[in-house]
Structure formats: C-alpha cells, structure tokens
Design a protein around this ligand. Structure first.
Ligand code: RIB
Ligand code: CA
Length: 330
C-alpha cells in the first residue's frame, strides 16, 4: 500500500525534486502539499509548489499556502532571512518559468494538515522539509494531531554532522527553533533525516546529464540544478555537485529508502540565544552497545543510508516523460 503523505516544503531547488519524487513514485499517495517560508518567501514557495505538481501532471494535488515567517515572529529590527543565494531569486535556480500555474486552496497549510489527518486517522505521514512553522501551527490548532497521524518525517537537523547555517544548526531547524522544539517535543514517531545523511547523498554532472537526456520534466530539473551546483561548489564541496536533501525524507517516509543505521533516541532542539541555537541534540551515547532502548525516546535519527540513492531519484524523474505545462523561460 502506498504511504499517504502530506508534504510541507519551502520550495526551492531540492524541495522541487522532493515534490516530483512524491508525485511520481508509486509508493506515495500524495494527499496535499503545504508551503512555508524558508528558502524563499512563502508566495514564491507556494507558486513553486503549484508549478511543480502541475509539472508532474498532478495538478489535482491540493497546495495550501502556509506561514510567512517564524512562530515567534521576526526578531525585532531584523529583515527576513531567505536562501536566495542557494536556490536563486525564484527558488528555481533563476531558471524557472516564473509562470503562475493553478491556485492554492483556501485552507492554510496548517489547516490542511489537520483536515487531511482527520480524514485518514492513523494513516498519514507528514513529511516536512522546510522550517517547521506550519507543523507547529497545526499542533496548536489540533493538539491531538500526533494521535491522528502515522508519524512525521523531517528533513532537518544534524546529529553528528556539522550544521550548514551555524557550526551546529541545520537550516530548517535554525530558521524556526521554537517551532522545531514543539515538533520534537510532541508525542509522535518522528524520523529525523538530517545532514548526517543528506550531505553524503549527492548529485553530480552525470546525474544532470541523465536528467537532461530525459523528457521535459527531467530537462527542467537539470536546468534548475545548475545554480544549485554552483552554490555547493563554492560553499561545501569545492566541485560542482549538490546534496539531495529533501527527496531523502520522502524516500525514507515511503520506504523506498531503508536507512542502514537509524536508532530511536531522545532528541531535543536548543532554543534561546547563543551559539547553539537551533542545534538538534541527539542522545547517541548508546552507540557502543548497539543503541539500547531509551525510556520515552520517539525520535528515529537516520545516521546512515545508501549514498548512491540519488541514482534512483534521478532515474524516476528522468523517466517521467514530458510535462503538460510550457517550460520555456520568458
Ligand atoms: O538544510 C537543508 C534544508 O534547508 C533543505 O530542506 C533545503 O531545502 C532547505 O530548506
Ligand atoms: Ca527544503
């Protein structure tokens, strides 16, 4: 049976690949997409999410607009912080069509999360690959949400790996630590797919070539990865390749990627000011004993998975054929 999934994204380049993977993979029943601020502002994220579901020929999947900023608001005197330098001004590597396709539903992303969970009690996996603001808002609207879903899988955090915004904080957690803390503290099975595996699962020029040789869905994906590769060449790898990040969370959630090491441990998010703000602290002290069970632990931390998994993601997207929408740039 495919996994019923609600996917929440701050739709930049890797989120776009995650939506494509979820929309195209037979092991996923995609019930809805929520957008959230993060990589880009929420209007751009919503436009990109709509564009992507239509790109995949899945225009019937409802897309709901979500939060425009962190739970606690923007710190006084600061401007919103986005990642245009990573994902381009359009969140599509400055290679998108800029075309507005379809319309968001009237519900907010948090409302959609609650209504979808109530419609399929115990069956839905929430997959959140942006800041966790929408999920925290949904917990506020419906405190019994953890009992209504199968669980939640996030792309976010870092257990052993260094952070990618600060020394210790990963972007999705760092953007809204208060929301992340609410999500980590809620009583539900949480799977954390963090930088420990997403920085080690990369795409290179051979993957872009495979995508470019596919139909127009693959060609578009290859096109938006160009700018993203430049960022990782500059800031992370010293050569043109990128992480896959968000698609890994979708794959772990639907079972198409089985982690090779993923202990269930106690984990919490550091809030408050200071150099560790946004850190995910995971209790890995049991590693020398094969991770014995911990009282009250409900966070499965993915520490190892197949680093070549990008091949499977690329094969799915490259083989998806042609988009129903016009992908010419203006
Ligand atoms: O740290 C990587 C994460 O931050 C990914 O989800 C990326 O899309 C950004 O949201
Ligand atoms: Ca993301």
């Amino acid at each position: 049976m495919p996994t019923k999934m609600l996917l929440d994204c701050d739709t930049g380049v890797d989120d776009t690949m995650a939506i494509l993977y979820a929309a195209l993979h037979p092991d996923v029943e995609l019930l809805g997409v929520g957008s959230v601020w993060g990589n880009v502002d929420v209007e751009t994220a919503t436009r990109n999410s709509l564009h992507t579901v239509h790109l995949a020929g899945r225009g019937e999947v409802p897309v709901a607009r979500g939060a425009a900023g962190p739970l606690a608001g923007w710190p006084a005197g600061t401007d919103p912080v986005y990642a245009f330098h990573v994902h381009g001004d359009d969140g599509q590597g400055n290679a998108g069509t800029g075309r507005a396709v379809g319309r968001a539903v009237a519900e907010t992303a948090a409302e959609q999360m609650v209504s979808v969970a109530k419609a399929h009690p115990g069956e839905v996996e929430i997959v959140a690959v942006g800041p966790l603001t929408n999920v925290a808002l949904a917990l506020g609207l419906c405190p019994e949400l953890p009992a209504l879903v199968r669980g939640i899988t996030i792309m976010g955090g870092a257990a052993n790996a260094p952070g990618n915004v600060t020394e210790v904080a990963e972007a999705n957690i760092w953007h809204d630590p208060e929301a992340a803390a609410a999500v980590f503290n809620a009583d539900w099975p949480l799977t954390m797919v963090g930088l420990d595996v997403t920085m080690r699962t990369t795409l290179d020029e051979s993957h872009r070539a495979t995508l470019a040789a596919g139909g127009t869905i693959g060609q578009y994906t290859s096109r938006i990865l160009d700018f993203y590769f430049d960022f990782f060449a500059r800031e992370a790898f010293g050569e043109r390749r990128s992480c896959l990040h968000d698609a890994l969370a979708v794959a772990v959630a639907c079972g198409s990627l089985e982690p090779t090491l993923a202990p269930t441990v106690n984990a919490h998010v550091v809030v408050g000011e200071g150099p560790t703000r946004g850190q995910t602290v995971c209790d890995l002290r049991g590693m020398y004993m094969g991770f014995p069970a911990q009282e009250g632990a409900h966070c499965r931390v993915v520490l190892e998975s197949d680093p070549a998994f990008g091949d499977a993601v690329v094969a799915l997207i490259a083989g998806a054929g042609d988009a129903a929408i016009d992908l010419e740039q203006p």
